[in-house]
Design a protein around this ligand. Structure first.
Ligand code: AMP
Ligand code: MG
Length: 426
């Protein structure tokens, strides 16, 4: 063998690997569904308002609907005295006529009579609420016509784009759409995902462990992360390192036309790397300049309905979690047509020093200390360092600290890029 043959190939960058992943993404089908079924799904067309918001001119205050001209000169010394000719509670459809010197008692949100052009709150009258059904003695003139009248369409006009394509429909978005009279939405299908854990050392959660076994935990990890990214997890399997069970799992996933299979374990350079051994045709195995997560496999598999993305993540739980964040989550969001596929990055000062690997970008499970005075800092989630085998420390992590490849040491106070994870404020 020549010397050149023994030189390991250069590590690929995260961006190169992610570029390959995203290039393989074909957005999933979209369909119109009832709004209440659209929670967590991604809009694939702009969502337009069906109604104005506010729906009609309504009062912003409890008080009196008046004709501005009647009260324009009112003062404490010279009150304007109005005859109350109607009472307008919330939900009323009345539109009483108001002649000169007349007013209607009105509650917040009630429709403003067509003849009124201002609202005088109870606070600006002599009698307030207590004496409000016969006479209103107005002690202070409204600043201008239209005061305290919320005009129809002030916020949104029917036909306006309420939510952009690529927006995920959370409770706030569904509420806004509902307020605008919308009852259905054109949204992406959910990615159908199979999770396949590999390793002959893995025992189902809760079973007694013989020497050499550990509880299988990547299954719940990756299934939960996939669901949080909008996916439907259609299968969760654990297979040994022999090959037959893995081949069966792949056949089943193909037959079910899943959109993605997320494997964990069996992708590095050991003796029993089952994903690598069985799928080297469909997947490419690479070494990425990141820690954890250096060994990664990625490829595609034709299915009866299209193609499945195949992700081969390293098995260490910290490596699997980080790899999911970096490669799988963006792909699942891109499949759904999500506008923002990357987590926002925050710059926070380090609250403690730590060492980081040279030549590889470091993704460190981290804790964000949120001081009440607003000065936040970031520190490692595990006292024991950054080892990818520290599965327990993962439970404390609320964020990933991202340190560039060329940095070898983070000192207290250094600015650090931080990705906040789901439930970061828990
Ligand atoms: P591998 O990438 O297959 O070499 O796995 C590396 C290490 O990660 C194994 O030795 C296990 O300690 C751990 N590991 C792999 N798969 C899982 C899993 N599904 N659940 C928990 N730990 C795992
Ligand atoms: Mg293994």
């Amino acid at each position: 063998m020549s010397a050149a043959d023994t030189t390991p190939p250069a590590l690929r960058t995260v961006e190169e690997q992610l570029g390959d992943v995203l290039a393989a993404v074909r957005p999933l089908a979209a369909a119109t569904v009832a709004l209440e079924e659209a929670a967590g799904r991604t809009l694939r067309a702009p969502l337009r308002a069906a109604l104005d918001i506010p729906v009609f001119d309504n009062s912003a205050m409890d008080g009196f609907a008046v004709r501005f001209a009647d009260v324009a000169a009112a003062t404490g010394d010279a009150p304007a005295v109005l005859r109350v000719v109607a009472d307008l509670p919330a939900g009323t459809s009345d539109d009483p006529r108001l002649g000169a010197g007349e007013a209607a008692r009105i509650m917040t949100g009630s429709p403003v009579p067509a003849d009124a052009d201002a609202i005088v709150p109870f606070e600006d009258t002599a009698g307030g609420l207590a004496d409000s059904l016969h006479t209103a003695r107005v002690l202070r003139a409204p600043a201008r016509p239209g005061v305290f009248v919320r005009r129809a369409g002030d916020d949104v006009h029917a036909g306006d784009i309420l939510l952009e394509e690529g927006t995920v429909l959370g409770p706030l978005q569904i509420a806004a759409a509902t307020a605008a009279g919308v009852t259905e939405a054109f949204v992406s299908a959910r990615p159908r995902v199979a999770i396949v854990s590999t390793g002959s050392e893995l025992a189902p959660a809760g079973t007694p462990l013989r020497r050499g076994q550990i509880p299988e935990s990547n299954g719940v990890l990756l299934a939960g992360l996939a669901a949080a990214a909008g996916a439907e997890v259609v299968a969760r399997l654990s297979v040994d390192d022999e090959g037959a069970a893995l081949r069966d799992a792949v056949s089943a996933a193909r037959a079910a036309s899943v959109d993605a299979v997320v494997f964990s374990g069996g992708v590095s350079a050991g003796a029993f790397e089952v994903v690598r051994a069985e799928l080297s045709g469909a997947m490419t195995f690479s070494r990425i300049a990141m820690q954890p997560g250096k060994p990664q496999g990625f490829g595609t598999l034709p299915t009866p309905a299209g193609a499945a993305l195949l992700f081969g993540l390293p098995g260490n739980p910290v490596s699997a979690a980080v790899s999911f964040e970096v490669f799988v989550r963006p792909a699942l969001l891109a499949l759904q047509g999500r506008r923002a596929i990357h987590r926002p990055i925050l710059q926070l000062p380090a609250g403690a020093p730590w060492r980081t690997p040279e030549g590889r970008r470091h993704y460190l499970p981290a804790v964000v200390d949120t001081d009440r005075d607003g000065s936040w800092t970031v520190r490692p989630a595990t006292a024991g360092g950054s080892g990818s085998h520290l599965a327990g420390g993962l439970g404390r992590a609320r964020a990933l600290a991202v340190v560039p490849a060329e940095v070898v040491e983070v000192r207290t106070g250094d600015p650090v890029a931080v990705m906040l994870l789901e439930g970061w404020d828990a």
